[in-house]
Design a binder for this molecule. Structure first.
Ligand code: GRG
Length: 321
C-alpha cells in the first residue's frame, strides 16, 4: 500500500516502513488485540445490514484498519517533522532532513491518499467518517499547539483537548472502527472507543513526563524538547498550581534558556511530575474498566487478548522510553 510509482516518492513514502525503523507499532498492536478481544457472537439486531462475511474476511478488514491507522500516523509524523524542522526520528535522520521538506510533505500526502483508497474499499461510510474526523483532529491539535494565546498556554483544559486531538483521537476512533466492522452494538463500540481514548491520554501524559525525566527519574534528563519549543505540558501546568510565580515564566514563552532553568527548578520543588503520573494512572484505570465492561466471554483467545489490552495499560504508565 505504501509503494509509489515514481522512485523518489517511493523511497520517501517507504522510509519509515523499513525494517528497524518501523517504530513500536503500538497502534496496530492495540487494534489487532481489540479485534480479537471483540471476537464474540453479536446480537442479531446489531448484525442486520452490516458485514456478514466469514470470520477470516472480517479479520482481514480489521487488519486493513490497523494498516490505515499506521499510515495516517506515519503521514502525521512526516508533516510534524517538517513543521518542527526536526533532525531525527526513530533514531535516524528525519525524512525532511534527508530528502527535504517538499518530498516529506508529498510523501505524507501520498500515504494519506493511499489510506483513503484502502478505507473506501471497506465500503463502510461510518468508518470512513470516523477516520476522516481523526485527520481533522490531528490537524486541529497541531494548529492548537502552534497558535496558543498566553491564557491557553496556562490552561489544563486546553492542554487536554489538544492532547486528545493530537494523540488519543487516532487510537480511540480506530478502536471504535474495529468494533463497528465486527457489527458490534453501539455500547460495545463506545467501550472500544473509551479504551482507546484513555489509553491514548495516558500514553501522552507519560510521554510528557519522559520529556523531562528521560530514562532516569531525575529532572532535566529528558530531551526537554517540549519546553524548549515553548510547549507547556501537564507537569508544568500542575507545578503552576503550586507555584503561581511560574505563570510569568510560562508567559514569556521559554525563549531564553534561563527561563527553562527557572521552570525546571519550580517543577523539581513541585508535585508536577507525580500528579501527571497519577492522572495517567487514572486514565489507564478507566481504560481497564472499559475492557472489564465488555460482554462476558469464555473464549480463550478473547480472554487472552483482553488480558493483553489490560497489560498494555500497565506498560504505558510504567514505560521509561
Ligand atoms: C498529515 C494526518 C496528517 C496530519 C497533519 C502534523 C500534524 C497534522 C499532526 C501531528 C500529529 C502528531 C505528530 C502527533 C503526535 C503523536 C505521537 C504521540 C507520536 C509518537 O508516537 P509513537 O510514540 O511513535 O507511537 P512511533 O515512532 O513508535 O510510531
Amino acid at each position: 500500500m505504501v509503494v509509489a510509482e515514481v522512485p523518489k516518492l517511493a523511497s520517501a513514502a517507504e522510509y519509515f516502513f523499513k525494517m528497524g525503523v518501523e517504530g513500536k507499532r503500538f497502534r496496530p498492536t492495540v487494534l489487532l488485540l481489540m479485534a480479537s478481544a471483540l471476537n464474540m457472537p453479536i446480537p442479531q439486531s446489531a448484525a442486520d445490514g452490516v458485514f456478514g462475511g466469514l470470520p477470516k474476511e472480517l479479520r482481514t478488514r480489521q487488519q486493513c484498519i490497523a494498516e490505515i491507522t499506521e499510515m495516517i500516523h506515519v503521514a502525521s509524523l512526516l508533516h510534524d517533522d517538517v513543521l518542527d524542522d526536526a533532525d531525527t526520528r526513530r533514531g535516524i535522520g528525519s525524512l525532511n532532513s534527508v530528502m527535504g521538506n517538499k518530498l516529506s510533505v508529498l510523501a505524507g500526502d501520498f500515504l494519506l491518499s493511499r489510506a483513503c483508497v484502502a478505507l473506501a474499499s471497506l465500503k463502510n461510510t461510518e468508518v470512513v467518517s470516523l477516520l476522516a474526523t481523526v485527520v481533522e483532529h490531528l490537524v486541529t491539535g497541531e494548529t492548537m499547539q502552534m497558535t496558543t494565546t498566553s491564557e491557553q498556554r496556562s490552561s489544563m483544559e486546553y492542554y487536554l483537548q489538544k492532547t486528545y486531538y493530537k494523540t488519543a483521537s487516532l487510537i480511540s476512533n480506530s478502536c471504535k472502527a474495529i468494533a463497528l466492522l465486527a457489527g458490534q452494538t453501539a455500547e460495545v463500540s463506545v467501550l472500544a472507543y473509551d479504551y482507546g481514548r484513555n489509553l491514548g491520554l495516558a500514553y501522552q501524559l507519560i510521554d510528557d513526563v519522559l520529556d523531562f525525566t528521560g530514562t532516569s527519574a531525575s529532572l532535566g534528563k529528558g530531551s526537554l524538547s517540549d519546553i524548549r519549543h515553548g510547549i507547556v505540558t501537564a507537569p508544568i501546568l500542575f507545578a503552576m498550581e503550586e507555584f503561581p510565580q511560574l505563570h510569568e515564566v510560562v508567559d514569556r514563552g521559554f525563549d531564553s534558556p534561563s527561563d527553562v532553568d527557572i521552570a525546571l527548578d519550580y517543577l523539581g520543588k513541585s508535585r508536577g511530575i507525580e500528579r501527571t503520573r497519577e492522572l495517567a494512572a487514572e486514565h489507564a484505570n478507566r481504560a481497564v474498566e472499559a475492557i472489564d465492561a465488555l460482554p462476558e466471554s469464555d473464549d480463550e483467545d478473547v480472554l487472552i487478548s483482553r488480558r493483553a489490552l489490560v497489560d498494555l495499560t500497565h506498560r504505558v504508565i510504567t514505560r521509561t522510553k
